[in-house]
Design a protein around this ligand. Structure first.
Ligand code: GUN
Length: 293
């Protein structure tokens, strides 16, 4: 058996095309949705992610009000910028790329963002609303995963979903979304403290790998017929590639292909969905402003 490969790149392109249409309608009403992406420092993976977000903004016709700040930027300088963007009525979304340099307190920075412009869905107000199933910005990667599951027709209701990883960006919010009434999965969250990980992953109808460890999920950790969603993006050395590295997920893709029913590749799986959901969240923010003006 060979799994169906979920083409996140194509699904994301469809979402972006829908967003572009709505952006064009808003522009006709005199409002151009605008996102401010703030990058501090030059971490190569972050630079690459931010470039992808900027490219998507151009593609959907939104305004890009991004900032690239030196790694020496202080926490106060960053928070001052955020306050300025909070007050700027032409800016509808603010995203501070994580991780931040170690001298900056990430939680303090996230809490400085106006929750109504927090299109990343990282502010505690948005996280709280997500938990109690009230309207909010959903974090982009978990939202993208839920979209892919639905789009592929993978039933979450009654399924046992196992999430490997408990990061604030992916594992924790995704486990909440899967367990919410509108998804109704039974959820196990595995992490570095989990004993006998394989015995738990083998029970998964839906297995989400979000640990950030290259190819840690081997074929024998997957139940035959499971849907496998690989959120990992890891750079591994590859002398045959012009860049000297290549991207792999947390799942041993080639081996898993023979066991799973569905699988997302890396790249072109979950990654493009994160950006598509960011565009959608920014559009929603601008539409809210348009309704209230
Ligand atoms: N770093 C890795 N993923 C993300 C994301 O979705 N948002 C932000 N702000 N930083 C990230």
């Amino acid at each position: 058996m060979s799994a169906v490969i979920i083409d996140g790149y194509t699904v994301a392109a469809t979402v972006r095309a829908q967003v572009a249409k709505s952006v064009s309608a808003l522009v006709g009403q005199g409002i151009t949705p605008c996102l401010s992406v703030v990058l501090v420092g030059e971490d190569p993976a972050s630079v690459s992610y931010v470039s992808g977000k900027e490219k998507a903004l151009r593609e959907v016709g939104m305004k890009d009000a991004s900032y690239r700040l030196p790694a020496t930027t202080t926490e106060e300088e960053l928070i001052t910028l955020i306050h300025r963007l909070n007050a700027d009525t032409t800016v509808h979304g603010i995203l501070v790329q994580l991780p931040l340099p170690r001298h900056i307190n990430e939680a303090r920075v996230i809490m400085a963002i106006n929750p109504e412009k927090d299109v990343d869905g990282f502010h505690p107000v948005n996280i709280g609303n997500m938990v109690i199933e009230r309207p909010c910005f959903l974090p982009c990667t978990p939202h993208g995963v839920m979209y892919l599951l639905k789009n592929a027709g993978i039933e979450t209701r009654g399924a046992h979903a196992v999430v490997v990883g408990r990061s604030n960006i992916v594992g924790k919010p995704l486990s909440i979304l899967l367990a919410r009434k509108d998804s109704n999965a039974t959820v196990s969250v595995c992490h570095t403290g989990t004993r006998d990980l394989a015995s738990i992953t083998r029970q998964a109808d839906i297995l989400i790998a979000a640990a950030g460890k290259p190819r840690m999920i081997s074929a024998d950790m997957i139940k035959p017929g499971a849907a496998v969603i690989d959120v990992g993006v890891n750079r591994v050395e590859d002398d045959s590639s012009p860049k000297g590295y290549r991207l792999v997920g947390d799942v041993d893709f080639d081996a898993a292909l023979e066991v799973a029913s569905f699988i997302t590749p890396v790249p072109r799986g979950v990654g493009p969905m994160t950006i598509a959901m960011l565009m959608e969240n920014t559009l929603l923010s601008a539409e809210r402003v348009a309704r209230s003006s």
